[in-house]
Design a protein around this ligand. Structure first.
Ligand code: UFG
Length: 340
């Protein structure tokens, strides 16, 4: 029997890749999105990739009545919940909006699910819920904490779900803590598409490669790392998407709740990333060394062994694939703009 899944935030960066991965795994998927931070033509591109019509519910998770209508329209076997605000810096300036969308929105969703008797949820969390540590790789049992309102809302989200599940055994949840998602869909039809100057490394490098930005600012080259620049655990967004499919299947087929890191266990520096992207786009990309960014850690990478033991999940695509796929995506977009 085909299982039906609702994907909140399904038109966003990770959500859209997960849509494609779920369809490929045989799930029947509907998207719920308010398109605040997603391009309106993402569903059209998903139709090209999957060869099937895409069901979209334009809906805000802060609107309980609209959520109830979505759950009344169909029976879902599970929900993958991406819809959230996600910029760390912005969360410091807009704490109430972050708490409202990420926590109240989650509560609205859980209530709508309970009313419709849908009890499987995969929750998009972040490695930002770990307290700063010098003990890498970070296992799931490491101390938790938060250094931003964004991190606070993700930690709160995890705890809300755990409380709800503790009170009612019908609930099953998969909490997935992402490290640094990067890359794009191999079709070059999906990818990260920030309209402003990107905060994150990979989309910033991509804009240097297309010539939209002059040079990468490397935030600090005096960290205690092999080349002095910050080290992170970059994971290909298609690997990340596959992790959601495995998590959901574990809930639906076996009822096993879990909290897992989704990373590679491998750290790469800012300069490793820049060099890999230079190889992918075939030209040397310029950079300047800038002061350290406030709040940055020198090194941050996850222990992926639990996800492998429970789900058989292992990241398969390395740094070169992340850069090549990102470059294929951004160069296709900038060619289209040139023709436009
Ligand atoms: N960096 C630069 N120049 C830039 C952007 C980033 O040198 O223009 C460096 C940073 O200093 C850091 C590395 O590149 O060393 C990665 O930075 P990102 O901003 O891409 O990612 P972060 O690790 O800081 O943040 C990510 C997610 C957050 C999440 C956090 C912790 O974007 O949502 O991981 O899990 F909270």
């Amino acid at each position: 029997m085909t299982r039906k899944i609702l994907l909140t935030g399904g038109a966003g960066y990770i959500g859209s890749h997960t849509y494609a991965a779920l369809c490929e795994a045989g799930y029947d998927v509907a998207i719920l999105d308010n398109f605040d931070n997603a391009r309106p033509d993402v569903p059209d591109r998903l139709e090209v990739i999957t060869g099937k019509p895409v069901t979209v519910h334009r809906c805000d998770i802060l609107d309980p009545a609209a959520l109830a209508r979505v759950f009344a329209s169909d029976h879902f076997d599970g929900v993958v919940h991406f819809a959230a605000r996600k910029a760390v810096g912005e969360s410091q300036r807009m704490p109430l909006e972050y708490i409202e969308t990420n926590c109240t929105g989650l509560i609205n969703l859980l209530k709508a699910m309970r009313a419709a008797e849908v009890f499987n949820i995969v929750f998009s969390s972040s490695a930002t819920v770990y307290a700063p540590t010098t003990d890498w790789p970070i296992p799931e049992g490491a101390a938790l904490g938060y250094a931003s309102t964004y991190a606070y809302t993700k930690l709160m989200g995890e705890q809300i779900i755990a409380q709800v599940a503790a009170a009612d055994p019908r609930w099953h949840y998969g909490v997935l803590r992402y490290f640094n998602p990067a890359g794009a869909h191999t079709s070059a039809l999906l990818g990260e598409d920030p309209s402003d100057i990107p905060n994150n490394l990979m989309p910033y490098i991509a804009k240097v490669a297309t010539g939209e930005l002059p040079a990468l600012n490397v935030f600090g080259n005096d960290y205690p790392t092999p080349d002095g620049t910050g080290v992170r655990d970059y994971i290909h967004v298609m690997d990340l998407a596959r992790g959601h499919v495995l998590s959901l299947t574990e809930l639906i087929e076996r009822g096993n709740s879990h909290t897992l890191n989704l990373g590679t266990g491998q750290g790469y520096s800012v300069l490793d990333m820049l060099n890999a992207y230079s190889r992918a786009c075939g030209k040397e990309l310029p950079y300047v060394v800038a002061p350290r960014r406030e709040g940055d850690l020198d090194c941050y990478y996850g222990d992926p062994t639990k996800a492998e033991a429970l789900l058989g999940f292992r990241a398969e695509r390395g740094l070169d694939a992340m850069c090549a796929d990102s470059w294929a995506w951004v160069s296709r977009k900038s060619n289209m703009r040139g023709q436009g």
